[in-house]
Ligand binder design. Structure first.
Ligand code: FAD
Length: 433
């Protein structure tokens, strides 16, 4: 019977190496080069980061999300989950290991749906870790409901001409190309009338109007672009996966992306627990250590319980993806992990902040960044509420309504049936009561 929670010793040795490497070599990058992960390398950054990437390649841990045919290791999602837990501690770690979002998802769909020419032009440099990409789907007036997207591509001879607005395209300002999801046939449902195009960022008419900043980023110096596509002309060969295929492609992309975020979130939440425990054991007040106070013990126990449940569920979901090799079959569980993730990170980071007192609320500790990260996780790749709807619908599929006024589990009727079933034996007992 195969039901096993052990990591094979060979891979565990790699994880141990990654753990030390991330803590000692990569986490310091977060402090000297904050918000610069997606800026193409030059100068001092290249001198520092290229050798680190070379170390990762030497260990066989580069781009582990992809199969060997695409330059990765083909480890599968379960091993990737164990590695991503470690990488989640640091913003730079996914870059140094060649598996950063949103490039992983973008690479995945080009690998699945791209032509040989598209793979050569876009996928290969992406996998080399030399360029960045951006996914341009959300619009200013509509995010969670793609049926409301209006940005259009119209056929003109051998070309397509794109017009409209896109919002929150991550890293567009430093990306070398965009994957843009647009309406190509407004006369059919959005699920059949939208297509994806590969558009080099320097194509005439691609205008970044504003770089919206997340918490901690400067105003108009942020990482999420508001883009105006103004008569952007691309050849038919820029179409990814055929006209009308955007929804099918998006599901492939977002399935992987969501679970990868969940894997990294485990690492971040564990980091918050580590900090909370160290502080609890170190700080003394009102005659005892914080770790002796029952409220603080409650914080620690609740955090451990939340994280261990989440972690096991994410690992299980990763295992399912490897087993079925079909995101559709695992959709319910990926969405469930997506729902749970913001709450787990929020709750644990909040408790860790509280245990640190005033210091916890400052920009000298990372807790607010984590709490903000939890908020982001509730929106990026779709709002929690939408995913709850998905999960509920999938759960309900396994049930049938009853046309009886009393529920199936109504005790009086079941009791009567049980008595009838055992009547022959009960008659005597009842008679004796
Ligand atoms: C950090 C970050 C990075 C992102 N990166 C990208 C990117 O690279 N490319 C890209 O295209 N987009 C990106 N997005 C956008 C993201 O996909 C959208 O924010 C998301 O789909 C929600 O769309 P919206 O913001 O327009 O919110 P809306 O669609 O306006 O929804 C607002 C709120 O309404 C409620 N709501 C919406 N729909 C429902 C429903 N069906 N049932 C119940 N309640 C509902 C929820 O509370 C929801 O949070 C990113 C977002 C963030 C925060």
């Amino acid at each position: 019977m195969a039901w096993d929670f052990e990591t094979d010793p060979e891979f565990q040795a790699k994880l141990d190496w990654a753990n030390t490497f991330v803590r000692e070599e990569v986490e310091p990058l977060d402090l000297v080069f904050p918000h610069q992960q997606f800026v193409p390398l030059d100068g001092a950054r290249r001198k520092i980061i290229d050798p680190l990437k070379a170390e990762v390649r030497k260990q066989g841990l580069w781009a582990t999300h992809l199969g060997p045919d695409l330059g990765g290791q083909g480890f599968g999602q379960l091993k990737l989950a164990l590695l991503n837990e470690i990488l989640g501690r640091s913003s730079w770690a996914p870059i140094v290991f060649g598996c950063q979002a949103p490039d992983t998802g973008n690479a995945e769909i080009i690998a699945h749906f791209g032509t040989d020419e598209q793979k050569e032009r876009y996928l290969r440099p992406l996998l080399e870790g030399e360029v960045f990409s951006s996914y341009s789907m959300t619009e200013p007036q509509a995010g969670a409901d793609p049926a409301q997207f209006t940005t259009r591509a119209v056929r003109d001879g051998d070309d397509w001409v794109i017009n409209g607005w896109k919002f929150f395209s991550s890293n567009a300002k430093t990306a070398s190309f965009l994957i843009v999801m647009v309406v190509t046939d407004p006369d059919v449902s959005a699920y059949k009338g939208m297509s994806m195009f590969l558009v080099p960022t320097d194509t005439p008419g691609v205008e970044i109007v504003r770089n919206v900043g997340l918490y901690g980023e400067p105003m108009n110096g942020g990482s999420h672009a508001l883009i105006h596509y103004n008569d952007v002309r691309v050849p038919n060969s820029a179409l990814l996966g055929g006209a009308g295929q955007a929804f099918a492609i998006a599901q492939t992309r977002l399935g992987g992306g969501r679970i990868h975020h969940a894997m990294r979130t485990i690492g971040l939440a564990q980091k918050a627990i580590d900090m909370m425990c160290e502080r609890a054991l170190s700080r003394e007040t009102a005659g005892s250590k914080l770790s002796d106070k029952q409220f603080v013990q409650g914080y620690i126990a609740d955090s451990y319980a939340q994280l261990v449940q989440f972690r096991l569920f994410v690992l299980y979901t990763a295992w399912e993806i490897d087993k079925y090799n079909d995101y559709k079959k695992v959709r319910k569980d990926i969405a469930t992990a997506k729902i749970v993730m913001p709450t787990v990170l929020h709750d644990i980071a909040w408790r860790a902040m509280q245990v640190h007192g005033a210091l916890g609320t400052t920009n000298e500790m990372p807790f607010f960044t984590m709490i903000h990260g939890a908020g982001v996780m509730g929106l990026a790749d779709g709002p929690t509420e939408v995913h709850k709807g998905t999960v509920a619908k999938q759960v309900l599929r396994d049930y049938e309504p009853t046309d009886d006024v009393w529920p199936t589990e109504w005790i009086p009727r079941k009791q009567e049936a049980a008595r009838a079933k055992f009547a022959e034996y009960l008659e005597h007992e009842v008679g004796n009561l």
